[in-house]
Design a protein around this ligand. Structure first.
Ligand code: NAP
Ligand code: MG
Length: 504
């Protein structure tokens, strides 16, 4: 089985990546470059320019000028909407190319990149959804306040105005979808943007930037500065010209962003991952189906490197063995290999550092008392050159073990039994995270009871997906704020109260 990563690179015409600042493409001011490596083969795919602090400064100044003086925030809603809809068309027209670029950058199997919630079709849907808000963003008018506590006779109303310059820092695991989730609402509300993609996945961001250029946004409205967390990301999140930082990634960087935003009282939206439970009751329509979903989330596609993966399976005792059997069975259906082969189901761990971290969790779990049911090792032969890990299932896990508490970000599912609904809710909530949860039951009242009791930003009842119109975000340390739907419009605007005297 020959890997076609470099052939695909040549067919896709990948060029060295550059910065896009103030309407032009340029190299790094200090000549810095970075090598993009595909995790399936660890081959170098291309190089791209690393944005220096000086480059970031130029990008933020351009975005600042475009916001303070340019037409974008002041543009008629109809015209701004037409530009974003042009971009939706361009993303759709280049959909397959974008999906293949995503496979090239982060090793996601092309079958997953083309079909799933992380595809260019999802990115286009998110831009389309937010374009639809543009001529509907409005404030409110309030009834007169009687009796007036100050004696003033006034009409109070609100205006909803764009926040300003947005810094968007995105990770490598769903780079297109997350680019859209941040850039679409920023542009729709009239903000200007500087994006820093992950150094492990900048190719789709570079191509989307070319499409944004083709959609003809006013100069300086959109800027792209590839580069690592330090210096590029640090220069961006600490820049005084930035009004808001929107971030998806690790909790460590999330809290750094929150701290760095303190001095300037910057607005911040954070999405920081999770250790999401799926709760499977004995009256689930299909216990095997629930097991396939949970194991599928951690073993197919990006191999568990997703913030929404339901990596803790809480299973009612009477169906626990059936669940384990079905979950273990699915691990045998995983196919690793050339990410461009449509038959490949599962991708590699993004880099060597993350691979070591994932293997560390797997090696420690049995010493904490977890029972290994499937996986636990890495595929050999030709696959050994890539960062692959076999899907791994641990049973009889106690919720206090580190494999149950920490986000592994790899193909590891832990299962634990529970006796009744109260115990399930208690274990589900015994976590520092609160991003997602799944409930599997045919009892509608129980489904809603559990959905209310679980402290998580999104709860799926017998199903789990992401939708462009649903607010998305986390409770507890899983994040701050919401993006998606009207939640995004609120997150990228300020509310101004306007008070009109009626007695003059
Ligand atoms: P990360 O370090 O938080 O990276 C996310 C983004 O932040 C990347 O663009 C990264 O740049 C950038 N960054 C890093 N340090 C920064 C800084 N000081 N200032 C500004 N930006 C900075 O996450 P990761 O290293 O890719 O993955 C590590 C862990 O994060 C995973 O194990 C997982 O737990 C979590 N994670 C969660 C999600 C999610 O969807 N919530 C996604 C990815 C990772 P570079 O990548 O270029 O360094
Ligand atoms: Mg990092």
């Amino acid at each position: 089985m020959a890997m076609t990563v470099l052939t695909e690179r040549d067919q896709l015409g990948v060029k060295p990546g550059r910065l896009y600042v103030d309407g032009s493409w340029c190299d790094s001011s200090d000549g810095g470059t970075w090598e993009q490596v595909n995790p399936a083969t660890n081959e170098v795919v291309t190089t791209f320019a690393v944005g220096s602090a000086a480059d970031v400064d130029r990008a933020v100044r351009a975005a600042r000028r475009a916001f303070d003086e340019g037409p974008w925030p002041r543009m008629h809603a109809k015209d701004r909407k037409a530009i974003l809809q042009r971009l939706v068309g361009l993303i759709s027209d280049h959909g397959e190319e974008l999906n293949r670029l995503q496979t090239l950058e982060n090793g996601m199997p092309v079958a997953f990149s083309s079909m799933a919630v992380v595809s260019s079709a999802m990115a286009a849907a998110i831009f389309d959804h937010h374009a639809g808000w543009i001529d509907k963003i409005c404030g409110e008018t309030f009834p007169t306040y009687e009796p007036s506590p100050t004696g003033a006779d006034v009409q109070v109303m609100t205006f909803r105005e764009p926040l300003g310059v947005v810094a968007a820092v995105i990770p490598w695991n769903a780079p297109m979808m997350l680019f859209a989730q941040k850039v679409a609402p920023a542009l729709a509300t009239g903000c200007t943007v500087v994006v820093k993609p992950s150094e492990y996945a900048a190719l789709t961001s570079l191509r989307l930037t070319e499409l944004i250029e083709e959609a003809d946004l006013p100069t300086g409205v959109f800027n792209l500065v590839p580069g690592p967390g330090d210096p590029t990301g640090e220069a961006l999140i600490t820049h005084p010209g930035v009004d808001k930082v929107t971030f998806t990634g690790s909790r460590a960087v999330g809290s750094r962003i929150l701290a760095a935003s303190g001095d300037g009282i910057k607005r911040v939206t954070l999405e920081l991952g999770g250790k999401s439970p799926s709760i499977v009751f004995d009256d689930a329509a299909s216990v095997e189906g629930a097991a396939m979903v949970a194991m599928g989330m951690v073993s197919m596609g990006v191999s568990g490197q997703g913030c929404v993966c339901q990596t803790r399976s809480l299973v009612q005792r009477s169906v626990y063995d059936a669940f384990l059997e079905a979950a273990a069975g699915l691990t045998g259906m995983v196919t690793f290999g050339d990410p461009f082969d449509p038959a490949t189901t599962s991708g590699a761990i993004i880099n060597r550092r993350q691979l070591e971290r994932v293997m560390g969790f797997i090696e420690r779990a049995p010493s904490e008392g977890a029972r290994l049911v499937a996986g636990g090792d890495r595929p050999g032969g030709e696959l050994a050159q890539g960062n692959f890990v076999n899907p791994t299932l641990f049973a009889d896990v106690d919720n206090s073990m580190s494999v149950a508490r920490d986000e592994v970000f790899g193909p590891v599912l832990v299962a634990m039994p529970f006796e009744d609904e109260d115990e399930a809710i208690r274990i589900a909530n015994d976590t520092q995270y609160g991003l997602g949860a799944g409930v599997y039951t045919t009892n509608i009242a129980r489904a809603f009871r559990v959905a209310r009791a679980v402290r998580a930003g999104t709860v799926g009842i017998n199903e789990y997906t992401l939708m462009p119109n649903a607010p998305f975000g986390g409770y507890k340390t899983s994040g701050l704020g919401r993006e998606g739907g009207w939640g995004s419009i609120e997150a990228f605007t300020e509310t101004k109260s306007v008070i009109v005297g009626l007695s003059g």
